[in-house]
Design a protein around this ligand. Structure first.
Ligand code: ATP
Ligand code: MG
Length: 418
């Protein structure tokens, strides 16, 4: 029969050591900043994302995994991101204590062209601060992330890019000016930019076409058309980041792919990732809660960390990471089938006392069991043959120095604890 393969763009993780290391470190770090861990469903109504991310964003227009149900007006989908879900959970559960500082992690789904660092099912850690209007909160969040990457993960080379998209009215007037500028370029733009000009104008800056990019060097920048309050906040953000010794680069063309962002936007990028350079991204989204039905305004800020991309970065210096050490392994070896029951009992005794035990039950020769134990990096082998069985003993072989001891079975826990 032909084999059934993985769905395109998905991965099997046969070793979760690095993945779990990342999640554990992030969890510990976020608790220091008083975030609470939550979980929301992977299935959501498609409308949640069309309304919040924007119909003309890449994620909604091209990348959604939508599940057709009998009721067409009630489409559901596999979540492409978690911010909208968290905002929905905030409203739906009538959370009243703000700022609501929460994080979650898990799989996200986007129908993209798979490549290194880009999958159709990928994982994010998502952290959100719902109901907080101060720019200082953005600074606090960014500093928290910078400390995470620098201190917890010891990543040496990465950059933080920031930009400020202003408030809703700044954006409207800026978009008018940008449209005028683009119109003046006529057909010189690529087809994608011509569409984006009409549908999602800020995204023209993400164009990969070198001709477009050189034309946009003369484009007006949003930070040049901020209202006085936003000018103040943008300056405050830069000043406070400097105060906290966070290095950053202002990138006036950083706009982010989702419509709900306003004011602060940022990305952490690394050269180790090639074209998919961003491993964490976020920003402020003051209007999102209102867009999905919140009664009051709840200005918010958050970020999402791409776990697979962080894994790529960490893989290059995995040996230097302080990955959790595995417990010493004890290989329990019945030398024939007759000793299997005894081996089961003795393994149970050791496991109850907290020792890690691998029990060899396949009837292999001693030589082959020893080879396997070596490969597993076992610290001790416990041999049970006819002699041991008759004398209620077990032979304990120290795999590091080769020393062998015959120990009464009743004393084996005591012996191994020494
Ligand atoms: P990109 O520009 O790389 O497509 P994005 O702007 O679409 O990223 P966000 O929606 O901001 O990404 O998601 C936050 C982070 O999640 C990204 O910075 C990235 O690290 C990760 N990420 C996004 N899409 C994917 C994907 N398809 N596969 C793996 N990681 C992803
Ligand atoms: Mg994307």
């Amino acid at each position: 029969m032909s084999k059934v393969s993985r769905v395109k763009g998905t991965q099997d993780f046969l070793d979760l050591e690095l993945y779990n290391f990342i999640i554990d470190k992030v969890r510990d770090h976020l608790l220091v900043y008083y975030f609470t861990e939550i979980a929301t469903p992977i299935l959501e109504h498609t409308a949640l994302f069309t309304r919040s991310l924007g119909e003309h964003t890449d994620v909604v227009s091209k990348e959604m995994f939508t599940i057709t149900t009998e009721h067409d007006d009630n489409l559901i989908c596999l979540r492409p991101e978690a911010t909208a879900s968290i905002a929905r959970a905030f409203i739906e559960n009538s959370v009243t204590t703000t700022p609501w500082k929460v994080f979650t992690h898990g799989p996200m789904f986007r129908h993209e062209r798979p490549q290194r660092g880009r999958y159709r099912e990928f994982h994010q850690v998502d952290m959100e601060i719902i109901g907080s209007k101060s720019v200082a909160q953005d600074v606090h969040l960014i500093k928290m992330l910078d400390r995470l990457f620098h201190e917890q993960f010891q990543i040496q080379e990465y950059a933080l890019l920031i930009n400020f998209l202003g408030c809703a009215s700044d954006r409207v007037s800026y978009e008018v000016g940008l449209k005028k500028f683009l119109d003046s370029l006529g057909d010189a733009l690529c087809d994608t930019c011509l569409v984006r000009k009409e549908k999602n104008i800020l995204r023209i800056f993400d164009c990969k076409n070198p001709t477009c990019q050189s034309l946009y060097l003369d484009a007006p920048y949003i930070t040049e058309s901020l209202c006085s309050q936003c000018v103040g906040e943008w300056q405050q953000m830069q000043d406070q980041l400097s105060l906290l010794s966070v290095s950053f680069v202002c990138k006036p063309t950083l706009v982010r792919g989702l419509d709900y962002y306003n004011k602060t936007v940022f990305e952490f990028v690394s050269n180790a990732l090639g074209a998919q350079s961003a491993f964490c991204a976020g920003g402020r989204y003051d209007g999102l809660v209102g867009l999905i039905g919140g009664k009051e305004s709840h200005p918010s800020v958050g970020a999402a960390l791409g776990v697979e991309r962080l894994m790529i970065i960490l893989e290059s210096f995995r040996n230097e990471l302080q990955l959790p050490t595995l417990p010493v392994l004890h290989a329990m070896m019945p030398l024939s089938e007759k000793q299997q029951s005894l081996a089961l009992l003795l393994a149970d005794l050791l496991q109850a006392a907290g020792f890690a035990v691998e029990l060899f039950l396949e009837g292999d020769s001693l030589k082959s069991m020893m080879r396997k134990a070596n490969k597993m990096g076992a610290g001790y082998c416990l041999l049970l043959g006819d002699d041991e069985q008759q004398e209620n003993m077990v032979t304990v072989k120290n795999m590091v120095n080769g020393a062998e001891n015959r120990v009464p079975q009743v004393d084996v826990v005591k012996h191994l604890k020494l």
